[in-house]
Design a protein around this ligand. Structure first.
Ligand code: SF4
Length: 890
């Protein structure tokens, strides 16, 4: 790419799949903006997408292959990997080997991984972290439609008169789709939005009705709705007759769910439940969006089918403004499904348990064999590693030591595994630390290929920076190992050739029988592939390549043998483990607004780190009183599977009896906050998806003698703290700290050693009150602040944001030095407070000051005054809360 050139590519985070234009200026700095021509986002980006340019630094990248802890050449690493794999295959057979891959991979990388495992290694032991977020939706779709088909698209959400959002904090997890919905509702205020979620989330900001149902009770809720629709004459008999089967069994089962019983199971009032049912019955154009809150459950598949049943009964599917809509968590969860990246699927949406499909794929690949039984799903796979049945695992683009349930057992499993290969972009992750051989992979800005978003839209991801060090593309690494194992069929010249093979396979023997057909994209010339515009599948021929008009499926044709959809009769099952006297709370896990997965990329951005910089547990204040935990103090959350230590946050929006902990923190960013350690490894019997939303836990205070924080330009050692959490700031790292006992050597020596205050060039400022355990110190080098630390037995520490500005100064004034020792910002009015709007770096204190000074009364007024909320809009719910807070204070 030329200097100052632009690349049209795709955001690598959530399943919305926004188009991004990345520009590299003549100095090499990267900036991004939304692609106005991309039909997923039409120019919008959320806070995470907007900060992509801040996450491309190489400080923490893997740049060279490693073999047994030492830097190695590619040849050495690849030879060792293939030799060791071959020895294990020869000694223990194909089932002793597995790949664990990721919805972060591009379709082309995914395709090669699946082909290698299912066609050449002779096992189906390849599973993906998408198992953890949407495999229940896959089961639900396949049971109802005969294929893993998402019927509609984002435009349907805008066209709907009623949007039901269940099990999804859309505002934070799929922000651009949420903003499209906000804009549509603004245009058509008569549009209704219902949010179904045990928690009050930012998504409730636009809800006409919020149903805070009991965790895990969704099947009862939707069975009750099915019964209501059937008895209120809202069913569509013609559609049911012509296009479905098995309605009788589902309706018979739904009779067990009268309003009163549903209200009791769901913990809802009769009136609010009846209001939901009335609204659903009254609006033909209804879209039901569902996500992880539905899928991540021991009955996730049944929950999905209970939703789909209601759309089949009313015939509200496959037409503008209606349908069930599974919205995926990861950027390429859908692409992974398309190539068969799950252990129980075959390529191109074909079935592993269908002999004709197996034959077709094997013939197409010309492979020596084809797996004929499903492989191990994620949780079972790591259990098999723990038991020593799987002896070699290759983990690509994912961090299972953080993200899987019962995560400590996963760590043990990998520590005891004979051969662990890891391909990743980030050095030192919890999983990379356990690898025998590490392959440095190319990252977002360097990779070329395609991804598919939640609405079946295939978009190009285009590299615009050279690969750093010796990093190589995942497809190349996979092909090199395959070749060294002696397999033909992996001589690809690049992603275009792989995509072509993928497209051709989708069309072989298809003739409209299978939903996934992109045969029209086969045979693209290199330039055509390079310039491929976003396109929604199916694309059976070249004509279907152009235009953005929505392609809806499942209107009057499905993918079962008789082309009719199936109702699935499902019964409410309580979650696998109920709270008890020892573990009285239900743990719910999820994402926060400004971080992605295990923070290996978003954690590098100062502005994203400023919103919620520490791991936390949210608890209702009354429950917190019973636990004896203070707001802002530290708490230990414990389950039968493990324990973590996090900051306690009171939240009236967290329901009584529940706790919420985010999924993002890991061994690089906190002392002990991997929430996966707590999570019950029980899975849905059909999908194998774990129950991330319902683990019984307890909370207790985590006792420490002192609290503190440090801001430092250089990394600080953290081994000796009882608690620490690290976030990236602008020109510094922020460490939240806590410890037991004052240091034996005294605070002064301790602080000097920690911050490097004994260096000859250092100017050392220090205040010690040993009796009160109060300590403040700052390291100044060349008149610039290099680090500072504040310790107190209480939580009343100085404002971090108030001090952060000192790191931007080229020189510290005398006033600054005094203020450091006093533990107060020199200019309190310059203390913006915790970041609320990440896009423009606007903090809480500043917003409250302006609300007061200017008499601001709406988010729009705040936007005009401070710009906050005017870019991605994700902070608007928080602005509304600050307005309410200011009103209450007044
Ligand atoms: Fe990326 Fe945000 Fe768009 Fe998701 S909504 S794809 S995170 S910019």
């Amino acid at each position: 790419m030329n200097e100052a050139a632009e690349a049209r590519t795709t955001c690598p985070y959530c399943g919305v799949g926004c188009g991004v234009i990345a520009s590299v200026d003549t100095a090499g700095a990267v900036s991004v903006r939304g692609d106005e021509a991309h039909p997923a986002n039409f120019g919008r980006l959320c806070s995470k997408g907007s900060a992509l340019g801040e996450t491309l630094g190489l400080e923490q990248r893997l740049l060279y292959p490693q073999l047994d802890g030492q830097r190695a050449s590619w040849d050495e690493a690849l030879e060792a990997a293939s030799d060791r794999l071959r020895r294990i295959l020869d000694a223990y057979g194909p089932e002793s080997v597995a790949l664990y891959v990721s919805g972060q991979m591009l379709t082309e990388d995914y395709y090669v991984a699946n082909k290698l495992v299912k066609g050449y290694l002779g096992t189906a032991n390849i599973d993906t972290n998408s198992r953890l977020c949407m495999s229940s939706a896959v089961v639900g779709h396949k049971r109802a439609f005969g294929a893993d088909t998402v019927p509609g698209g984002y435009e349907d959400i805008e066209l709907a008169d009623l949007v039901v959002i269940t099990g999804s904090n859309l505002a934070w997890c799929h922000p651009v789709v949420y903003q499209r919905l906000v804009a549509a509702k603004k245009q058509r205020p008569q549009m209704k939005v219902i949010v179904i979620d045990p928690r009050g989330t930012a998504t409730c900001d636009i809800a006409d009705l919020h149903l805070a149902l009991k965790p895990g009770s969704d099947v009862a809720l939707f069975n009750g709705l099915l019964h209501h629709l059937a008895t209120q004459g809202v069913a569509d008999p013609e559609f049911i007759e012509k296009h479905t089967r098995q309605s009788e069994a589902a309706l018979a089962m739904a009779q067990d769910y009268p309003l009163e019983r549903v209200a009791e199971i769901c913990g809802l009032g009769i009136a609010e439940l009846a209001a939901f049912y009335r609204l659903f019955a009254a609006h033909e154009k209804t879209v039901t969006i569902f996500s992880q809150g539905v899928n991540q459950s021991s009955s996730g598949s049944d929950k999905v089918n209970s939703i789909i049943n209601c759309h089949l009964l009313t015939g509200r599917i496959g037409r503008p403004g209606m349908g069930p809509f599974s919205i995926t968590g990861q950027p390429n969860a859908m692409g992974g499904r398309e190539v068969g990246g799950l252990a129980n699927m075959l390529a191109a949406h074909m079935d592993l348990d269908n002999a004709d499909h197996r034959q077709l794929v094997q013939n197409f690949w010309g492979s020596p064999e084809i797996a004929d039984t499903a492989g191990l799903k994620a949780v079972d796979l790591f259990e098999a590693i723990h038991a020593g049945r799987v002896k070699a695992v290759w983990i690509i683009a994912t961090n299972p030591v953080v993200s899987l349930p019962d995560a400590e057992r996963v760590r043990e499993a990998l520590a005891g595994c004979d051969l662990v290969l890891v391909s990743d972009v980030r050095a030192g992750t919890d999983t990379v630390q356990l690898a025998d051989i590490v392959f440095p992979a190319t990252a977002w800005a360097e990779k070329d290929g395609t991804v598919t978003n939640s609405e079946r839209r295939i978009s190009r991801q285009r590299g615009f920076l050279p690969a750093p060090g010796e990093a190589r593309a995942d497809w190349w690494i996979l092909c090199e190992v395959a070749r060294r194992l002696g397999f033909a069929g992996f001589d690809y010249s690049g992603p275009a050739e792989i995509f072509d093979e993928h497209a051709r396979l989708s069309a072989v023997g298809n003739h409209g029988q299978r939903d996934f057909d992109i045969g029209g994209l086969a045979g693209l010339a290199t330039e055509e592939y390079a310039g491929l515009e976003p396109v929604q599948w199916p694309v059976p021929d070249r004509q279907a390549m152009s235009g953005h008009a929505p392609r809806r499926l499942c209107r009057d044709d499905f993918y079962t043998p008789d082309r009719k959809a199936r109702f699935i009769a499902v019964q409410y099952q309580p979650p696998a483990h109920a709270p008890d006297a020892d573990y009285p709370f239900v743990l719910n896990t999820g994402r926060i607004r400004d971080q992605w997965h295990t923070m290996t990329r978003t954690g590098l951005s100062p502005r994203l780190g400023g919103h919620l910089p520490e791991p936390f547990v949210e608890i209702h204040p009354r429950d917190a009183l019973l636990c004896g935990t203070a707001d802002g103090g530290l708490g230990r959350v414990r389950s039968r599977w493990g324990e973590i230590v996090v900051r306690v946050k009171y939240s009236a929006e967290t329901p009584r009896g529940s706790l919420f902990v985010p999924i993002h923190w890991n061994g690089l960013t906190a002392s002990d906050a991997r929430v996966g350690k707590l999570v019950n490894p029980v899975v849905d019997p059909h999908s194998g998806e774990p129950e991330f939303k319902h683990t019984p836990v307890m909370l207790e205070p985590f006792a420490v003698d002192w609290h503190g924080f440090a801001l430092s330009r250089h990394s600080l050692p953290t081994d000796d703290f009882a608690y620490w959490a690290m976030a990236q700031g602008e020109q510094f790292r922020r460490y939240e700290l806590a410890g037991r006992h004052a240091p034996a050597a005294g605070w002064g020596d301790w602080g000097r050693e920690l911050l490097g205050g004994s260096e000859p060039q250092a100017d050392w400022l220090e205040f010690v009150d040993a009796t009160a355990n109060l300590y403040r110190a700052a390291l100044v080098v060349d008149d610039r602040i290099a680090a500072c630390i504040f310790i107190s037995p209480r939580l009343d520490l100085p404002s971090r944001q108030g001090l952060a500005g000192l790191f931007a100064q080229t020189e510290l004034s005398e006033r600054d030095r005094i203020s450091l020792l006093m533990g107060r910002p020199a200019d309190p009015a310059a203390d913006d407070g915790a970041i609320v709007c990440s896009c423009f770096g606007v903090g809480r204190n500043r917003i409250l000051r302006e609300i007061d000074a200017q008499g601001l009364t709406s988010p729009e007024a705040i936007g005009s005054c401070l710009k906050a909320g005017t870019n991605c809009g994700s902070c608007v719910p928080e602005l509304r809360k600050l307005l309410a807070e200011a009103r209450a204070a007044a």
